[in-house]
Design a protein around this ligand. Structure first.
Ligand SMILES: [Zn+2]
Ligand SMILES: [Zn+2]
Length: 262
């Protein structure tokens, strides 16, 4: 069984065809999904999906794109309160996106640190989004970790090697998305050959970033099989091995999930 460690099932492209999406996931042997919060305003719709399905859990957080609107005022207590729900198993996604820079950098950083504090206090893993912000991501993670430990994952990893290295040094996992199947993603493919298998997760980040051979389509959890196959090829191992390892890694990191009910 595979796990899609990062998807957005509440987004209209997926929620409008939820039954079909989940049926195709089941047929593809994708047995568990983590649907990710991006705005507190939309958190109820994320949580309600998780509440309706035994094999779906969720996270709570504010995407860096939304930091200006919500991240400046959010408090650690507010996140902790929402994260206390049994179906909420991670904090995020949060982080830094200097590629789109939809929110001012200072507000993104402030929101990132508030999420880190919530992860530290709750013991739940932090789900980090980072794009074109390698140095600031490394600096904030390292600085904050020195104040007190927390766990987490770099989701949709597409950064330089140093982000992988420094985040693994503080115990983080690295989640690989469909980007790895793109012809142009040579750097990422090189990085994946070097990543230790016991740090790897796989994800779709659906409805975006559909992997080859489904590029251009609406992405969905069942497509994580293509990403896992590519990761196996790059790691030089059998796909069954990547399936087993990434699934075990997922449940090790998101350890609030009782694996027996999954
Ligand atoms: Zn993201
Ligand atoms: Zn996402």
């Amino acid at each position: 069984m595979l796990v899609d460690s990062h998807c957005h099932l509440n987004f209209e492209q997926l929620s409008s065809q939820m039954d079909d999406v989940l049926r195709r996931a089941e047929l593809a042997n994708v047995g568990h999904m983590l649907t990710i919060g991006t705005k507190l305003r939309e958190f109820p719709s994320v949580l309600s999906i998780a509440e309706q399905h035994d094999n779906i859990h969720c996270s709570v957080g504010i995407h860096p794109h939304e930091a200006e609107e919500e991240g400046a005022d959010v408090t650690v207590d507010q996140l902790l309160k929402l994260a206390a729900h049994p179906k909420v198993v991670g904090i995020g996604e949060t982080g830094l996106d200097y590629f789109y820079e939809h929110s001012p950098r200072e507000i993104q950083k402030q929101s990132f640190r508030i999420h880190i504090e919530a992860a530290r206090q709750s013991g739940l893993p932090l789900i980090v989004h980072t794009r074109d912000a390698d140095q600031d991501t490394i600096d904030i993670l390292t600085e904050e970790y020195a104040k007190g430990p927390f766990t987490g994952v770099i989701h949709c990893f597409s950064s330089g090697w140093e982000v992988a290295e420094k985040s693994m040094e503080i115990g983080f996992y690295i989640s690989i998305s469909g980007i790895v199947t793109f012809k142009a993603a040579k750097d990422l493919q090189d990085h994946v050959t070097k990543l230790p298998m016991d740090r790897l997760l796989v994800e779709t980040d659906s409805p975006y970033l559909a992997p080859v051979p489904n590029r251009g389509k609406t992405n969905e959890p069942s497509f994580v099989t293509h990403t896992a196959a590519k990761v196996a090829e790059l790691q030089g191992v059998d796909p069954a091995m990547i399936e087993e390892t990434t699934t075990n890694n997922f449940f090790k990191l998101f350890n609030k999930i009782d694996r027996k009910v999954s």
